[in-house]
Design a protein around this ligand. Structure first.
Ligand code: NAP
Ligand code: F7E
Length: 393
């Protein structure tokens, strides 16, 4: 999507201010790069931690004392409404991108109250901070396809919500609070209902990154096996840098609305596993059933044979029931007709290309240098994030 295609093309971008919660996360880091490239001054909320948690944005951070610095970080927490109000009132952002959340579905079963507090009430705290500050800002809520839960595919903006986890229930609450502030206080507030989106910066415990890291680790001799849960769950997986463009596009429209964003292609975890190992030169086969099912090396590509201690017949994948969820979301598939029509948005990176990009990145990080074709994918598609995708893990 080029700037020329945008509805607010006549507005100068330089000088606009954005506040991003969740700036240190996968999406926050890509969105920051994107907004800086559009001339925004970007403010981000970060949590105080005893170790550094800014690894995804270190490459774009400059000392705020530098005269042309346009990225500023502020301590805060979604549990702390006083600080949220203080920041909103003083920064007076033109746009607020609310991406911060306890975003891990499996973890939300272990910490349901905390997940409700941060992922659900956190949105209310921020909406209230905006309302009480009296500022005129546009608000983006990071809603999720998890809200559709058990509703049959394909899912779109009109599909009923049927949340299947504490995380999803919290997101449904936050979704309706966003709609409520739009209708009750005339706030420009949008829900982006995003289906799964991944990248080399994806958190290491989400299934895609867990798989691609394991592929690299097993080949490099740093890991013996990959332990997974449900292999049959189906997801509509897209490429995260493309999805943050939608978040911005939603706030550039004449009217606020809600949009479902995905690729329209759905694959199982098993599909992801098979393809990821195949790109790295391993054909995986399956033996056994249920929790006893195992993934076994069927063959190795000639390139790989001299580079790894993995052998044909090795068991490289097992099922660990601890990764099963009390209630699972079986099948997500996006119907993104509205976003295509209203935002003019279409994803460029396919499922196969996504798997390639992620495998290749993790292989590089693990120091395995195979001659992959996938490196060219982003360049060929004219996607701007190539440099960082390749260098940031
Ligand atoms: P992520 O990588 O897990 O990042 C979450 C961000 O929230 C991090 O910056 C984290 O900070 C911050 N955060 C967590 N708890 C916080 C708290 N108490 N106070 C302030 N900040 C807090 O998530 P993501 O994949 O970028 O996703 C961004 C948003 O979109 C999330 O709301 C997620 O639920 C939603 N979403 C994601 C997807 C997807 O497929 N990625 C799909 C639909 C919706 P730390 O770095 O300090 O932990
Ligand atoms: O699981 C299955 C698991 O944790 C995907 C978040 O960004 O996207 C994400 O939520 C599927 C599930 O993502 C393992 O049971 C099997 O069916 O990568 P995930 P998620 O739960 O879809 C949505 C849209 C969000 O909004 C969330 O914030 O993979 N699976 N074995 C496994 N999942 C994990 N994590 N680990 C396993 O070992």
């Amino acid at each position: 999507m080029e700037a020329e295609d945008l509805k607010r093309e006549d507005l100068p971008h330089t000088g606009r201010k954005a506040l991003i919660t969740g700036i240190t996360g996968q999406d926050g880091s890509y969105l920051t790069e994107f907004l800086l490239s559009k001339g925004y001054e970007v403010h981000g909320l970060i949590r105080r931690a005893s170790t550094f948690n800014t690894g995804r944005i270190d490459h774009i951070y400059v000392d705020p004392h530098v005269s042309d610095a346009r990225l500023f970080l502020h301590y805060g927490d979604l549990a702390d409404s006083g600080q949220l109000t203080h920041l909103i009132y003083n920064i007076r952002p033109d746009e607020v991108y609310h991406l911060g959340a306890q975003s891990h579905v499996r973890v939300s079963f272990d910490m349901p109250e905390f997940s409700g507090n941060i992922t659900g009430l956190g949105t209310t705290r921020l909406l209230e901070a905006i309302r009480r500050s009296g500022i005129n800002t546009r608000f983006y809520q990071a809603s999720s396809s998890e809200m559709f839960g058990a509703s049959a595919p394909p899912q779109n903006e009109k599909t009923p919500f049927y949340p299947r986890s504490p995380y999803a229930a919290a997101k449904v609450y936050a979704y309706w609070m966003t709609v409520n502030y739009r209708e009750g206080y005339n706030m420009f507030a949008c829900n982006g209902i995003l289906f799964n989106h991944e990248s080399p910066r994806r958190g290491e415990t989400f299934v895609t990154r867990k798989i691609t890291r394991a592929v690299a680790g097993i080949i490099a001799g740093k890991q013996d096996k990959l332990y997974l849960g449900n292999l049959e769950a189906r997801r509509d997986w897209g490429f995260a840098p493309e999805y943050v463009v939608c978040q911005w596009l939603m706030l550039q429209q004449d009217k606020p609305a809600d949009y479902a964003i995905g690729t329209g292609e759905s694959h199982s975890v098993r599909d992801f596993v098979e393809l990821a190992f195949r790109y790295a030169g391993i054909e995986i086969g399956w033996e056994g059933e249920g929790v006893d099912e195992k993934g076994i090396v069927r063959s190795l590509s000639p390139d790989l044979r001299n580079m790894t201690s993995v052998n044909v017949g090795d068991v490289i994948l097992e099922i660990d029931p601890k990764y099963f969820r009390p209630t699972e979301v079986e099948y997500l598939l996006a119907d993104t007709s509205k976003a295509r029509e209203m935002l003019g948005w279409e994803p460029k990176v396919t499922f196969k290309e996504l798997v390639r990009i992620m495998v290749e990145s993790d292989m590089e990080l693990a120091g395995v240098n195979l001659s992959f074709e996938g490196k060219k994918v982003l360049e060929e598609k004219g996607i701007n994030w190539t440099k960082n995708v390749q260098t940031v893990g």
